[in-house]
Write a protein that binds this ligand. Sequence first.
Ligand code: ADP
Ligand code: ASP
Ligand code: MG
Length: 451
Amino acid sequence: MSQDYIVAKFGGTSVADYDAMLNCFNIINANPQVKVVILSASAGVTNLLVELAAGCDKNKRKELLEKIRLIQFNIINRLQFPEEIANKIESCLRHITSLSEAASLATNEALAAAIVAHGELMSTMIFTHLCKEQGCKVEYLDAREVIYTTGNFSEATVDLDATLANAHKVTSLIADGTTKVITQGFISSQLDEGKTAVLGRGGSDYSAALFAEIINAKECHIWTDVAGIYTTDPRIVANAQRIEHISFKEAAEMAIFGAKVLHPATILPAVRSNIPVFIGNSKNPDLGGTWVTQSVDNPPLFRGIACKRNQSLLTISSLKMLGTSGFLSKVFNIFTKYNVVVDCVTTSEVAIAITLDHKQNKGQALLENPALITELEELGKVKIEHDYSLIALIGNNLTATKGVASALETLDSYPIRMICQGASDHNICVLVKADQADNTIKSLHAALFEK
Ligand code: ADP
Ligand code: ASP
Ligand code: MG
């Protein structure tokens, strides 16, 4: 009865130490319907591996490896029978050592992915051991045998058909009705050569939704360090309120505009297969959480506020634009040529302003590429400004409802560099200086959600 299966995913803080892992065990052990368990790397490990993968000198490598060892052995040393798993983790650490030596000579994306994937490999090995010690029937599965990808090694593209064809590798393990599968989020193997790739930072949520789709699960549970999706990041606004029930569309908007609680791609498999997603706090499962489903009754006008940091603003002004056709296509052809990813766009008769996300554009360097700027300068005067944040007010029916403009009144005291409204029914974006972002969010939140 595959429709009764649940996939549960635990993020980095949920598997950060022994006690946190024990909470995860208690959650999955209490629910016989949880059949597949997806883990992130223990908190901090992926960042350390990313540093190693970038290539660094011998002393730095030693320092980073010791930090990784400490995180993992702090967990292992609390196990009842640590010897066997200690040997496995030592072997992983030796592997990371030799790969990062190679990376220090010349790194590349495939090598980096092979290094970074060890975070999830180690956390799942340890957790499998912990579950067995606690008397739970579990099977370790290497996610690279299931999630097949192509393209870029650091943000690989899932080949859905090839991946779905691997369903039997999971279902055969849980067929006895009592076994749970423990596997990794974030990692995959490339379809052509079978090399390791990863799905992009925060990608374990996406893996969880994919596994849910693969086994035709009835629900996907994302366990993290907050008890659901809030009206805004509760780390910024202590008064943020939990959203009990939100639609896929609204949750996707929140995620796309920076709500880290859910990886933007997570929603894709869940929507495709109409699998409800639950988000809860692994340290406090009794607090309940947010349900994300296809639709909700009476969606509110304003749902939440999200924020994308590290934004640049590029403006091109030219009188040549006035009354002529084809100007914008020339601009966008140049962006296509240099693989520049564009976010928000506003235009006037003689100028165009575009926000650019550093992460999507692989850092600030691409945006300052002299060849790109030279080509754009042939069209007009080019200006690039950095240190902005894009704040998105997420809602419903925003282009057809009264009162939307007055929502922004509260921002009177902040200099707003750009406003984008009208393209989407679901968001209004304002671009502000990075150091003003948190205060802007607080004001907007107080006005719209704390009345
Ligand atoms: P995990 O490691 O479990 O994947 P993340 O750090 O990726 O966890 O996501 C959880 C974090 O998302 C929270 O600690 C919170 O600070 C942040 N976050 C951002 N926006 C929101 C929001 N609207 N609601 C809840 N959490 C949010
Ligand atoms: N461990 C990976 C990261 O830190 C993937 C994840 O946690 O979702 O980005
Ligand atoms: Mg995450």
